[in-house]
Design a protein around this ligand. Sequence first.
Ligand code: AMP
Length: 179
Amino acid sequence: MTASADDLAALIHTIPDFPKPGIMFRDITTLLLDPAGLARAVEAIVDAVEGPVDLVAGIEARGFLFASPVALALGAGVLLVRKDGKLPGATIAEDYALEYGTDRIAIHADAFAPGARVLLIDDLIATGGTARAAARLLRKAGAQVTQAAFVIDLPELGGADALRAEGLHVTTLVAFDGH
Ligand code: AMP
């Protein structure tokens, strides 16, 4: 959490029961509409980065929005981690479990040389299933994934701690109770 976590939290609206009953949807569209808030969020992520980064990997779709400005500030490139079937070139993919069923994310197979230092970014970490699958996928392709950043953490769901237990340096800017 940063000093301005309360300010950022106030810019994130909660929509109950979206996209289905029981989900408290943490909506960053209101943060994106606020130039000062968006700048603070990007700066806070950039400030927390440890060591050199070659690529910032953004997870579809809201992760893309933070990956690009963070990459520009770091002098790094942007790597898209997309839902399977969206990337035009040859891909490698990774499956991960959802509450019901599985999902699959993919990257371009030739996106980077082995050893590339990758910072993983998404708007929110909940159970960590998505981010952990992205880290597995990037490592399978030869990346060094040592750090990850999220605007929002839902700590009760344990995703950020699970990533930390796997040895990643994890930055989160705002935490919300519940799921
Ligand atoms: P998880 O894999 O459980 O960590 O879920 C993280 C992914 O699902 C991120 O890409 C989020 O954008 C999205 N997500 C999960 N829960 C929420 C929530 N309560 N509000 C908004 N997005 C969510």
